[in-house]
Design a protein around this ligand. Structure first.
Ligand SMILES: O=C(CO)COP(=O)(O)O
Length: 249
């Protein structure tokens, strides 16, 4: 399977730096990436600015969240059709930072996923255990529950495994840890989904850096990486993207 590299810029970037970063990435790999193997998810304020920069390249445009409703009196929110209107194809849902700071629960994330799918977006559902859950041996039960409760049985999207304890720490999970979680996640997906293809792509996220990207991408069950901090520099993001492209068969 070809590997997918998705950059989550989180709440970083003003227009100048955002367009510069997107342009550097587009110039370097835009012509060689297949359609949407590489996706950039800038903050909402940069979406319309970056859309034309990526338009004639193979790089996809992503977003970091959307509302569960298509429209309505929801001050400050952004809907799925607003995103597709701008050319967005992938939307992150249920990132641990939104679960923590916006109190998003599995039921809400599931409603968002259904709406995203309905409007033609590919939902990228984030799951992952905390350090305490890992220490207490609760990680597998937690991940299973997150998948079962967040993904509709008709799910046609991507799952991102992002252990909370690895995000922003500079220390990615070990290959052994990632492999065992991938085995569990794929097994739960096979049992849970009622789609023809019960093997959605599963990404790993959490302190991915250029120097360890190739070994993470080689772990069985990994279908790509979701990159936070290292996606904010063209050099480091391109290093990771090139590892993904060279692993493609
Ligand atoms: O949360 C992440 C991507 O969604 C991972 O962030 P870091 O790569 O900065 O650890």
């Amino acid at each position: 399977m070809r590997q997918m590299i998705m950059g989550n810029w989180k709440m970083h970037g003003l227009r100048g730096r955002g367009s510069e970063l997107a342009t550097e990435i587009a110039d370097a790999i835009g012509p060689v990436v297949a359609q949407r193997d590489v996706v950039l998810a800038p903050p909402f304020t940069l979406t319309a600015l970056i859309a034309p920069i990526l338009q004639s390249t193979g790089i996809g445009l992503g977003a970091q969240d959307c509302h569960a409703e298509a429209e309505g009196a929801y001050t400050g929110d952004i809907s799925a059709p607003m995103l597709t209107d701008l050319g967005v194809r992938h939307v992150l849902l249920g990132h641990s930072e939104r679960r923590e700071h916006h109190h998003e629960d599995n039921a809400l994330i599931r409603r968002k996923a259904v709406t995203a799918q309905k409007f033609g977006l590919c939902p990228v559902i984030c799951v992952g255990e905390s350090a305490t859950q890992k220490r207490d041996g609760q990680a597998e039960a937690w991940l299973t529950r997150q998948i079962v409760e967040c993904l509709p049985r008709s799910f046609q999207g991507i799952v991102a495994y992002e252990p909370i304890w690895a995000i922003g720490t500079g220390k990615a999970a070990t290959e052994q840890d990632i492999e065992s979680r991938m085995t569990l996640i794929h097994e739960v997906l096979r049992r849970h989904l009622e789609t023809d293809d019960k093997t959605p792509r599963v990404l790993y996220g959490g302190s991915v850096k250029p120097e360890d990207a190739a070994s993470i991408l080689a772990v069985s069950g990994v279908g790509g990486v979701l990159v936070g901090g290292a996606s904010l520099s063209a050099e480091s993001f391109l290093g990771i993207a090139k590892a993904g492209l060279s692993s493609a068969s």
